[in-house]
Design a protein around this ligand. Structure first.
Ligand code: SAM
Length: 276
């Protein structure tokens, strides 16, 4: 039976190419093309856009992105078993899909389509998702090479990305994301939507770069968030003691009796900027 995009159903593709899911590669495939289209649509208009995808696997999300009119998809996939299945998609969309066999953690995405408008869309392998996000978030230059990141994470990680002060999930990730991006939770995806189903619910998170984040040194920001959230139940006078304690807090105009989770992103930035 043909599908809406004229390519074979993903279940057939997986069977024909023997793509039994491997846990070590974080393989939980999405077979429902309505769902993959919903994820791709969350990224915004794709006409004229080059999309970077990490881990296309059998290509469900890739197909959705192409069917929605992306100019080109450049996909990085570590599992060579997926390449023949992806080659069939390349034939269907001539000149619009480039597959790079390799490890996304070692890929310099900033050099893949220099000068082109880029969006990143991925159903990420959970074991490398946070590191990839940090690689895209902490480059030297801002604004970055991408216009948006639309990424699937375990729900708990998604909650940490969008969390702000006063929220239980607020921590280092929330401060970094809140400093440089506007991040929002798009929607949840239940385990049954995947083959095989993971143990937990997933969430699609959408991030766009802030045009002018407050000036701040990233490593100083990481130092203060690491210290403050490393002892999140303690008062700041204690948790940031090794960085200057009360003197540092006084310089930043922050009450030493407060706790890390009550500080806004802006307050963390001023604390980082007061580090010697
Ligand atoms: N995009 C497909 C989908 O939505 O059905 C597959 C998503 S699956 C959660 C993650 C994919 O990432 C797998 O295809 C896996 O082989 C690939 N992968 C795992 N680690 C990778 C890495 N370090 N670099 C590139 N791809 C990786």
């Amino acid at each position: 039976m043909a599908t809406l995009d004229g390519l074979p159903p993903l279940r057939d593709v997986i069977a024909r190419h023997g793509l039994d899911a491997r846990k070590a590669l974080g393989q939980n495939f999405l077979l429902d093309l309505n769902l993959t289209q919903k994820i791709a649509r969350t990224a915004g208009p794709l006409e004229g856009i080059t999309v970077f995808e990490v881990g296309p696997g059998p290509g469900g999300l890739t197909r959705a992105i192409l069917s929605l009119g992306a100019k080109k998809v450049i996909a990085v996939e570590r599992d060579s078993r997926c390449l023949p299945a992806l080659a069939e998609i390349e034939v269907h969309y001539p000149g619009r899909l480039e597959v790079i066999e390799g490890d996304a953690l070692k890929t310099d995405f900033s050099q893949l389509a220099v000068g082109e408008p880029v969006r990143i869309i991925a159903n990420l392998p959970y074991n490398v998702g946070t590191q990839l996000l940090l690689n895209w978030l902490i480059p030297g230059e801002w604004p970055p090479f991408w216009q948006s990141l639309t990424l699937m994470f375990q729900k708990e990680v998604g909650q940490r990305i969008v969390a702000r002060e006063g929220d239980n999930h607020y921590g280092r990730l929330g401060v970094l994301c809140g400093w440089r991006t506007d991040a929002r939770m798009a929607f949840d995806v239940p385990p049954q939507a995947f083959t095989p189903p993971p143990k937990v619910t997933s969430s699609v998170v959408h991030l766009t770069p802030k045009a002018a984040p407050l000036p701040c040194n990233v490593s100083a920001l990481e130092k203060v968030t690491q210290a403050a959230f490393g002892q999140r139940r303690k008062m700041l006078r204690q948790s940031v003691k090794s960085l200057g304690g009360e003197a540092l807090l006084a310089k930043a105009g922050i009450d030493p009796a407060r706790r890390a989770e009550t500080l806004s992103v802006e307050e963390f930035v001023s604390l980082a900027n007061c580090l010697g």
